[in-house]
Write a protein that binds this ligand. Structure first.
Ligand code: LLP
Length: 418
């Protein structure tokens, strides 16, 4: 669900007309609904109330500091994957004791930073990383709390680029090696095993892969605790899917119920790392029609946003609903909606039926709150677009539009060529 909808023939975000934001800030622009984020977070949180748990919002899904601050105000922790995300989380005031650090390629510097900050735990993804974690902890004289990320080899039945829990993926440590690693860490004076972790993929639309992974984790958990290693945290990662088109993902309540049922005898504190399900449907990308173009075989609507602003359709062939900002009764036409970038993969929709649009009309690309702005780039020297947060009848610019000067600032021409 979300708080975007038509009132008197025009699209509103909560109580603010989308057109009003565009009049002030131009296009393209990302617009997020605070009430949608609050609602999603609360529904997710409430579903896990029967058990001890920490919700560590996955910062990578949308890392604007204003969004992180909103989530912190609701009690969220953070799942981070870099030193940069750590700094964002801290800037938003997130309690370090609610931060978990995932990712296959943590640098020593990032590990040091996180350890001195006193985060809750490191989700370690390889045996070498565990060794390095031990060394850094020794150097700092501060034991490192960690979980190992298991690769449970389950198929999340999602796009191959966002599957992470299969044997062939780079993520996690194979089941067979995990127990050995805990044994080794047990006697290390600076390694403190406190949890077990898995994340199997993203945009998962059925419960069974989660259950399969949990089943494997339970076995490993029992094996580890039988060695006298006391674990407290069971981190189940993120991955719950949302509706982009006609998917039927489980409700957070159903997802939680299945997990709680399966996990309750472990007496663990659950850690959940939802990203998309919190912010995905809480954001739209608004773009303006630049041109209509008709070739022999196809009709194109060329808009002012490009794959550099929202890469999901190009990258994962992802479907995003696209609607007009002004409700239209015009006859429907089948078009490709494409951006201005010099790549054939620069499209938002192919063979999509939409009401006929003209130059200057505004379109809203829906469900762009997760993995939207965060994956944007400056390709074709395009300044990144502003982000706006709507709360009730007010709206706030939470990131200004970049300028060409911003883009050029870090570049230097050697004197040789001046
Ligand atoms: N935890 C870990 C360790 C992760 O790697 C991820 C996402 C999450 C949690 C959050 O997953 P979510 O609840 O959002 O599914 N760019 C892709 C998605 C990449 C997901 C990467 N990891 C997309 O646009 O679909």
């Amino acid at each position: 669900m979300h708080y975007f909808g038509y009132k008197n023939g025009e699209l509103f975000c909560e109580e603010v007309p989308v057109k009003k934001i565009v009049e002030e800030l131009g296009t393209p622009v990302y617009i997020y609904s605070a009430s949608t984020i609050k609602r999603h977070f609360k529904v997710f949180e409430n579903s896990f109330l029967p058990v001890d748990h920490i919700i560590c919002y996955s910062v990578k899904a949308n890392s604007n500091v204003a969004i992180l601050s909103l989530l912190r105000s609701l009690g969220s922790g953070a799942d981070i994957v870099s030193g940069g995300e750590l700094q964002r989380a801290l800037k938003a005031g997130i309690n370090p004791q609610k931060i978990v650090f995932s990712g296959v390629g943590k640098t020593e510097k990032e590990i040091e930073m996180a350890l001195s900050t006193g985060i809750l735990m490191f989700n370690v993804e390889s045996l070498e990383e565990l060794e390095v974690l031990g060394e850094v902890a020794k150097r700092l004289g501060k034991p490192a709390p960690f979980a190992l990320r298991v690769n449970p080899d389950v198929d999340p039945q999602t796009h191959p680029y966002i599957s992470t829990g299969l044997k062939k993926n780079k993520f996690g440590i194979p089941e067979e090696m995990v127990v050995e690693a805990y044994k080794k860490a047990k006697d290390h004076p600076f390694l403190k095993p406190i949890g077990l972790d898995a994340h199997i993929g993203s945009q998962i639309t059925s419960i069974s892969p989660f259950k399969d992974a949990l089943y494997r984790l339970k076995k490993i958990w029992e094996e580890i605790t039988s060695l006298g290693i006391e674990l407290k945290y069971l981190d189940l990662g993120g991955g719950l899917g949302i509706i982009y088109n006609n998917e039927e993902p489980p409700l957070p309540e159903e997802y939680a119920e299945a997990i709680i049922k399966e996990a309750q005898d472990l007496k663990a504190t659950l850690i959940l790392e939802p990203g998309r399900v919190i912010v995905g449907n809480a954001g739209i990308l608004v773009t303006k029609v630049l041109y209509n173009k008709e070739n022999l075989e196809k009709k194109f609507v060329i808009v002012d946003a490009g794959m550099n602003d929202l890469i999901r359709p190009a990258f994962y062939q992802a479907y995003h609903k696209i609607i007009t900002v002004e409700e239209k009764n015009e006859e429907e036409v089948v078009v490709d909606i494409v951006g201005p970038i010099c790549e054939s993969s620069d499209f938002f929709a192919k063979d999509r039926k939409i009401p006929r649009v003209k130059r200057g009309d505004l379109l809203a690309i829906m469900s762009a709150g997760a993995y939207g702005f965060v994956m944007s780039s400056n390709y074709n020297s395009r300044p990144r677009v502003p982000e706006v947060l709507v709360d009730g009848d007010r709206f706030f610019v939470i990131r200004r539009r970049e300028t060409i000067e911003d883009l050029l600032a870090p570049e230097m021409v050697p004197a040789l060529y001046l």
